[in-house]
Unconditional design. Structure first.
Length: 293
């Protein structure tokens, strides 16, 4: 008689007996070799008790130090992100994340500019030093073509006294403004200057022919008029922006005529050599603005 149908029943009975702590009363080869799936006749047993709590995982590594900010606003940079938590032990929770990295060093950036004609800076810029404007003599074809803002307290390194020899020569700069009514009172006086630092701003732009900055994201440090050497003098110079509220160096009305400042104006021309008029005006003094952001 075929009794193969008893195998699943026998297997379930064996499992029940095993759960009761007894050995299966079956001799010969293990019944599991005949078992091909879950026993559908036996109900599922209840869940066993929870295992013991595992050992906590190790703490995560510390975060990296923060990096300098790119916008140089004088504050410390943000700290680095914290490290990842450590992996948990068997059955245990993961370790805590590492602490945030410390802030980076203070920023050292900023925009540096010269405020020609003044000894102070705008309200939100720092005065580096004040001094006097200087440059090459207006009759000399050599020496430098740029104006310099010389400090009031020079330091010499083993000077060789005397005015002879092969040298480039610096002279104090004067206003030549007898034909410009706005600055007529400055004529023949020496020119002060200030070197300024806008520590919270990195970019510097001098805008010619406008006395305002390009947009709201730019800060106007000062505005005024473009000045340079006289067009027909042998000595050439750069154009710089002179503050519209220009002052003079005290007790400097000596008309020594060293380096000179003249107001720049526009020249129109239909042959292509002049500026387009309009929008420019023939003889109109060129304004300027010094901008940072």
């Amino acid at each position: 008689m075929d009794v193969s149908w008893l195998v699943p029943i026998t297997l379930c009975l064996c499992l029940v007996i095993c759960d009761a702590g007894e050995s299966p009363p079956v001799e010969g080869p293990p019944l599991t070799r005949y078992y091909t799936g879950a026993c559908i006749l036996c109900p599922a047993g209840s869940a066993g008790p929870a295992g013991p709590i595992g050992v906590p995982g190790v703490a995560g590594r510390d975060g990296r130090d923060g990096r300098d900010r790119s916008c140089c606003d004088g504050d410390n940079s943000d700290g680095g992100d914290g490290g990842d938590g450590g992996g948990g032990g068997d059955g245990g929770g993961g370790g805590g994340g590492g602490g945030d990295g410390g802030g980076g060093p203070p920023s050292r950036g900023g925009a540096v500019y010269v405020r020609w004609g003044m000894t102070e800076c705008s309200s939100d810029s720092q005065l580096v030093y004040s001094g006097i404007a200087a440059g090459g003599h207006y009759t000399h074809p050599g020496s430098g073509a740029n104006y310099l803002c010389l400090p009031e307290d020079p330091i010499y390194d083993e000077p060789q006294a005397g005015t002879g020899g092969n040298r480039a020569i610096l002279y104090a700069a004067e206003y030549e403004m007898n034909t410009f009514p706005n600055w007529a009172s400055l004529h023949d006086h020496n020119v002060p200057c200030a070197v300024c630092l806008a520590s919270s701003r990195n970019s510097l732009l001098v805008v010619p022919a406008r006395n305002v900055c390009p947009g709201s994201d730019w800060t106007t440090e000062y505005a005024g008029y473009m000045v340079a050497s006289f067009y027909n003098h042998p000595g050439r110079s750069q154009f710089v922006c002179m503050d519209r509220q220009a002052e003079v160096v005290s007790r400097s009305s000596h008309n020594t005529d060293g380096a000179l400042f003249y107001v720049a104006d526009a020249r129109c021309g239909s042959s292509g050599s002049g500026l387009p008029c309009p929008p420019y005006e023939d003889g109109g003094e060129i304004t300027c603005a010094v901008c940072t952001r």
